[in-house]
Each structure stands twice: as structure tokens, then as C-alpha cells.
Design a protein around this ligand. Structure first.
Ligand code: FPP
Length: 241
């Protein structure tokens, strides 16, 4: 049985692929970054809604390992937006009981951003109301590859043998090692793809694809998606009695 957050009270862990910022901006004849800024305001609203909706873990896809292929202007604008988000929101996140973690490979990120990420993780480390995980320079294949590499190193050092390698051991080397698997993955903007998000962890997750573009995705719609999840029966590959 995969590890999951408390299923009785609703989806304990929700993961979101926040898609559609670019199209939202385009519809308004504005640059793509305008859409990302509107998207950041939605992040604030959705995080704030989590405690009332029984969402203990929220994981959001902010920047993928493939997003470096976008124009230099967009990439730099997004990186600057992440810095501003951390600087502006840190106090409120701390006060509101949100524990923030980041997943993804930090090696390619600007040192100033990485420092802010480390500081926010440390600042909020004692919070336990909502666990917000932000994926930056994250890719599921990249994460599993990095985990396999570390595992191979442990074997090379003689601290593990090949017989120790199983799903449980590999999970302990993933960026998400302390998180439960997501119960529900939501993708906005009408695209029905996983796009390399939480590949390993979402093996048994439910998926919801909604047409709304991310900057239009309100807490009310979030609540509606969660309640439709509550009506489903999950089997994890087994037959329930
Ligand atoms: C996908 O929309 C969105 C992104 C690549 C960036 C997500 C970032 C945010 C929501 C900004 C704020 C995040 C934080 C954590 C402060 P897209 O640009 O691919 O949209 P499109 O498919 O319409 O072009």
C-alpha cells in the first residue's frame, strides 16, 4: 500500500500543475510575465484556503527542468518573481502555520534565490498546519535519476548492497522523502498531461483536469474540485470490501 496522508478527511495531499498563465496574459494582450504575476496571487489564495478544506499538504509546480527553454526574459522574470514571492510572503506564511519546502535541483538556480529558499525552509520549519512544497527546477525523471545516483554512491561506498535497493529505499533518496504521496493531482488550463511532475509519487493518485486557466482558478473552484474527489473510491490496485 502506498504511503498517503489521512484519506478520511479528504485529500490530505494535493499537487497542482499551475498551467495557463501565458494564455491568460495573451487574452489580455499583455506579456506572459503579467500572467505569472497574476498566477502568484492565486498561489496565495489557494494556500490560504487549505486549512479549511482539509488539505494538509499542497505541492505546486512552479518551474520545470524543461522551462529553461523559454526566452531569457521569461526565465529571468520567473526567477525574480520567486524571489519576490519569498520576500513578500515569508512573514504571513510563518504566521499562518505554513511550513515551506522546495523540491527540485538547486544546482542551476541563482545563489541569491537558493539562499532565500533555505532561509524560508528554516524559518517555517516548526509550522505544521499546512505543508507547502514548491517545485522549482523540478522534473520527475531528473529527481529519480538524482536519487538513483545517490543510491549508487551508497553502494559504491559499501553502505548499501544491491539487495537493499527496493522502492522503499529509493523513495528515501527522492526530494519528496518526507512527504506522503499525493492523493489528487490537479492540472489547470485544459491540458491533460503529467509533464514530468511527481512521476514516481503519483503512481496511485487521482487526476483532475480543469479547463480554467491558473490565474482564474479561485479557492471556490478549488473547493469544488476537492469535493468531486471526495465522491470517488480509490482502490490502490486492490478490490475494496
Ligand atoms: C505554466 O503556465 C506556468 C508556469 C511555467 C509558471 C508557474 C508559476 C506561477 C504560477 C508563478 C508563481 C509561483 C510561485 C510559487 C510564486 P504557462 O506559462 O505554460 O501558460 P501557457 O501554457 O498558457 O503558456
Amino acid at each position: 500500500m502506498p504511503k498517503h496522508a489521512d484519506l478520511k478527511t479528504g485529500p490530505g495531499h494535493v499537487a497542482i500543475i499551475m498551467d495557463g498563465n501565458g494564455r491568460w496574459a495573451q487574452q489580455r494582450n499583455r506579456p506572459r510575465l503579467f500572467g505569472h504575476h497574476a498566477g502568484a496571487r492565486r498561489v496565495r489564495e489557494i494556500v490560504a484556503a487549505c486549512p479549511d478544506l482539509g488539505v494538509k499538504y499542497l505541492t505546486i509546480f512552479a518551474f520545470s527542468t524543461e522551462n529553461w527553454k523559454r526566452t531569457q526574459t521569461e526565465v529571468a522574470g520567473l526567477m525574480s518573481l520567486f524571489r519576490k514571492y519569498i520576500e513578500r510572503e515569508a512573514k504571513a506564511l510563518l504566521k499562518n502555520g505554513v511550513r515551506v519546502r522546495f523540491i527540485g535541483d538547486r544546482i542551476r538556480l541563482d545563489v541569491k534565490l537558493v539562499r532565500l529558499m533555505d532561509e524560508l525552509e528554516l524559518l517555517t520549519a516548526d509550522n505544521d498546519l499546512v505543508h507547502l512544497t514548491i517545485a522549482i527546477n523540478y522534473g520527475g525523471r531528473d529527481e529519480v535519476t538524482r536519487a538513483a545516483k545517490r543510491l549508487a554512491y551508497e553502494v559504491e561506498m559499501g553502505r548499501l548492497t544491491h539487495n537493499d535497493v527496493d522502492a522503499e529505499t529509493l523513495s528515501r533518496f527522492l526530494d519528496t522523502r518526507v512527504l506522503p504521496d499525493p492523493d489528487l493531482v490537479i492540472r489547470t488550463s485544459g491540458e491533460a498531461r503529467i509533464s514530468n511532475f511527481l512521476l514516481w509519487q503519483s503512481a496511485y493518485s487521482e487526476y483532475e483536469f480543469v479547463d480554467t486557466l491558473w490565474p482564474d482558478f479561485t479557492a471556490v473552484e478549488f473547493a469544488r474540485v476537492l469535493s468531486s474527489y471526495g465522491r470517488r473510491e480509490r482502490r490502490f490496485g486492490a478490490v475494496l470490501a
